[in-house]
Design a protein around this ligand. Structure first.
Ligand code: AMP
Length: 429
């Protein structure tokens, strides 16, 4: 089997790593890939959001299976373009990807199918109507830019002044770009957050092992939000009784609702939940694997990923095939100094080979590139040092031991991944 993976971060390196272990895979291309993926697959430079370019590439390469990592090509309709040509691809269609691409679409979907979520006050196309609506809401209120905003489109506003300022930035100063043309106001929920990630063929689904990520840049959840400074997986993040409630009240009605609306969803679905006193409620959907959750999930995979994903692309997922390593896993992100603010690139990375010698450790690359014999930094999140073990403590010990072997100028990482463990809070802290 020849496989094309789209994307170039740690999540895509994790997919390449596991696809490569499959006996049926003889060739992997990755576009654009990165410095680490280049050691395991053939990387092809291309913008992952360029649907026409990716179609032309696939026309040339003729992969047997294409797996999409990031949301942009999905929201831009890559899967639709492949399906029209009857090419096997894992990922939701453009209309299904609206579950991530439009907050208003998602809210209307949830309400139509009676899936628990925060009540919506309304959606507004002009700043005037959004300001006007602020007279009729309870505080705090949640303001969500409708479109894709790279994780910056949601604000829990404590009072009218803060709300007005956010609306002004989003709708008048266009600070979030086109994603902020329309905003939605919704009720603020209270509770612990939890994420539930699954794989579906549109009819059947298989939950992936539960994970938790760490969004703040510094230890003890200090500092600004990032794309994710680390993640871990351990079964006790999601007790069985809670898993059953989420499956019955949220996941199953979502999959049936999509099918009833005639929306084909084949791929990974990330469900962001708030565990309120009235039960779990949906905060958001993402139409892909999270990063760095994907790295922690991959470390526990004990099945033929190419076979399972081919099944998804053919509409024939076999949930019983997804076996998982018992124990736990961890991913420690090594980031550039200054991230998530300004940071320098082009720093040589040392110690990768020493780190790779530690058993059960896989150093997954995110913001790296090759320069001759050297691997240099090329992004904010540079590496995800990933490990599995019999216990969370064992997985963390190995991941940190390996992280200690690696260095580059300005390197920073959190020393407390896998700690702060509130049992039911898996969506980040
Ligand atoms: P979202 O992208 O919709 O998940 O929002 C990002 C973050 O904003 C969530 O992880 C929550 O921490 C917070 N959030 C979103 N919606 C709500 C809500 N209705 N009530 C309280 N917090 C929310």
């Amino acid at each position: 089997m020849k496989v094309l993976v789209i994307g170039g971060g740690g999540r895509e390196h994790a997919l390449v790593w596991k696809l490569k272990e499959s006996a049926s895979v003889e060739k992997i291309w990755c576009t654009p890939g990165n410095g680490g993926i280049a050691g395991e697959a053939e990387c092809i430079a291309m913008d992952a959001g360029d649907v026409a370019g990716l179609v032309a590439l696939a026309e040339k390469l003729r992969p047997d299976l294409t797996v999409v990592g990031p949301e942009l090509p999905l929201v831009n309709g890559l899967v639709d373009a492949f399906e029209r040509r009857k090419w096997a691809i894992v990922g939701p269609t453009k209309s299904a990807a609206q579950l991530e691409g439009s907050k208003v679409f998602t809210k209307e979907f949830l309400e139509r199918h009676k899936i628990p979520t925060a009540a919506m006050y309304g959606a507004y196309d002009s700043p005037g109507s959004a300001y006007g609506a602020l007279c009729e809401v309870d505080w705090p209120v949640v303001i969500k830019a409708d479109g894709l905003c790279a994780g910056k489109g949601v604000f829990v506003a404590p009072n009218p002044d803060a709300a007005t300022e956010f609306i002004e930035r989003v709708m008048e100063k266009n600070e979030l770009g086109a994603g902020g043309k329309r905003v939605m106001l919704e009720e603020a929920l209270e509770g612990d957050e939890l994420s539930f990630i699954l794989l579906t063929d549109g009819e059947r689904y298989a939950p992936l092992v539960p994970t938790r990520d760490h969004k703040r840049v510094f230890d003890d959840n200090e500092g600004p939000n990032t794309g994710g400074m680390g993640a871990y997986s351990s079964d006790d993040l999601l007790p069985e009784d809670l898993r059953r409630v989420i499956a019955a009240a949220i996941v199953e009605p979502t999959i049936k609702g999509l099918a009833r609306d005639g929306i084909r969803y084949q791929g990974f679905l990330y469900v962001g939940l708030m565990l309120t006193k009235d039960g779990p409620k949906v905060l958001e959907f993402n139409c892909r694997l999270g990063d760095p959750e994907a790295q922690a999930i991959a470390a526990r995979m004990d099945f033929d990923v190419a076979e399972v994903l081919s099944g998804v692309a053919a509409g024939k997922l076999r949930p019983e095939k997804l076996n998982w390593k018992s124990g736990a896993s961890a991913c420690v992100v090594l980031a550039s100094g200054g991230y998530p603010g300004k940071f320098a690139s082009g720093k040589e990375i040392h110690g990768l080979q020493e780190a790779a010698k530690i058993p059960d450790v896989k150093v997954l690359h995110a913001g790296t590139k090759r320069e001759g014999e050297k691997i240099v930094t090329s992004g904010g999140r540079v590496l995800g040092v990933t490990s599995a073990g019999n216990s969370l403590g064992a997985a963390l010990e190995k991941a940190y031991q390996a992280s200690g072997k690696i260095h580059f100028d300005g390197m920073q990482y959190r020393r407390d991944i896998g700690r702060h463990r509130r049992k039911t809070s898996a969506a980040g802290d």
